[in-house]
Design a protein around this ligand. Structure first.
Ligand SMILES: C[S@@+](CC[C@H](N)C(=O)[O-])C[C@H]1O[C@@H](n2cnc3c(N)ncnc32)[C@H](O)[C@@H]1O
Length: 374
């Protein structure tokens, strides 16, 4: 959900005070997959979500302890995800606790009958601030085919309106695959019609069921990145690209073209205080994920277990686990990512590198960029 700082308005995203964040100490975004249970059967689902809850899910009490531990990081952005968080009966208790201890929780429920006004009202009362709803294609026919449950589009769009009626912040999530890439103009219109505050666009990661999907060529994601940049001046919605570090390189290139300078000059200027290009935010770098059974991953799309909150301190694992430290060190990257001038702000998708090659430090296969010789 919200907050991957690959986001831009045409101003290149100079909106949040990220300057003092130290990703070696604290993540910007913490996501807890409270359950993998979900009534959708999405073709790309990273979690391979199932209908029923897992017997070893963290209990309510363990959830409270986890929330306390997350609070030790300070006040990172925090999201309850799934599966479908509404499949957990204690979700509003967990929400209220998160709110009570000073977190500002978001939630990403699934477009099923559980996403009704009553549940959204309870979510609002318990303290949810942002609700992200996945809509992957602009019509019932196309969206429902992707999510493999008839009626999901109708429930999701209706819920989006309810979220706004209740005064909650609305985020729409869309994953880009060969399936919907030609539908993006209509999708942008729908996001505008729904008056979403944020549109988070996920570039497919071949993990979970996503491994079975046809992979688009890298050029297609380059075109999408340029298209997304164009939308930043057209839509009144904040746009974020997820698992798409190279989108930031595209933004630099486009700003450079507009300003008649080089992309590296834009980067230098922003780093000397005229704007900002944030440090890369990526798996394990500004980001940490806790699975339904308490496993600690660098991200939900990079399911390598670094510990378990039942036995380990989340804070210690994030700060000191060798994999997390390696993921934050762009000098460790290999292939084109290792040679790339933009590696400190991009670093490629570590999850995609892992999904495709089995090496989380390998180059991101969705990026077309050939680094310049040093
Ligand atoms: C893990 S889902 C969980 C929330 C909820 N079940 C839903 O459908 O939105 C959060 C976001 O991750 C995206 N996602 C899931 N699997 C993905 C994959 N393999 N690659 C990229 N994005 C993915 C989904 O489309 C969704 O927008």
């Amino acid at each position: 959900m919200a907050g991957h700082p690959h986001s831009t308005k045409r101003s290149n995203g100079r909106r949040r005070p990220f300057g003092k964040l130290d990703f070696n100490q604290s993540p910007f975004l913490v996501i807890w997959e409270v359950t993998r249970a979900c009534d959708l059967e999405c073709v790309h689902c990273r979690a391979e979500a199932q209908e029923n809850r897992h017997p070893l899910e963290l209990t309510t009490e363990e959830g409270f302890a986890l929330l306390d531990e997350i609070r030790r990081f300070g006040q990172p952005m925090f999201v309850f995800t799934g599966g479908d968080p509404l499949k957990r009966l204690d979700i509003f208790k967990l929400t209220a606790y998160a709110k009570k201890i000073g977190l500002s929780p978001g939630m990403s429920p699934s477009g099923t009958p559980l996403l009704n006004r009553d549940n959204l009202q309870q979510a609002a009362e318990a303290g949810i601030n942002t609700v992200s709803i996945s809509i992957d294609a602009p019509t019932a026919e196309t969206h429902d085919e992707f999510r493999r449950v008839p009626g999901s589009f109708e429930l999701s769009t209706r819920a989006a309106k309810t979220v706004r009626d209740l005064g909650l912040r609305l985020q729409i999530n869309t994953v880009i695959t060969t399936y919907n890439v030609d539908l993006l103009d209509d999708m942008a219109r729908l996001v505008t019609d729904l008056e979403a505050a944020r549109w988070e666009v996920f570039y497919l990661v071949p993990t979970g069921r996503g491994q079975e999907l046809e992979r688009a060529p890298a050029e297609q994601y380059e075109r999408v990145s340029n298209w997304l940049y164009d939308q930043t001046s057209k839509l009144d919605t904040h746009i974020t690209a997820v698992e798409a570090g190279f989108y930031r390189r595209v933004v630099l290139e486009r700003l450079a073209e507009e300003q008649g300078v080089t992309p590296l000059e834009v980067l230098e200027q922003s780093q000397s205080g005229h704007g900002r290009f944030l440090p890369k935010m990526n798996s394990g770098s500004g980001f940490v994920f806790i699975s339904h059974i308490g496993e600690i991953y660098p991200s939900g799309f990079l399911p390598i277990v670094a510990g378990n909150v039942r036995a380990d301190s989340l804070v210690d694992v994030y700060r000191h686990h060798p994999m997390f430290q390696e993921l934050r060190n762009s000098d460790k990257l290999r292939g084109r990512c290792g040679r790339c001038e933009y590696r400190t702000i991009c670093a490629g998708s570590r999850a995609r590198a892992y999904g495709v090659t089995g090496d989380y430090l390998a180059e991101d296969p969705f990026c077309v960029y050939e680094p310049q010789p040093a």
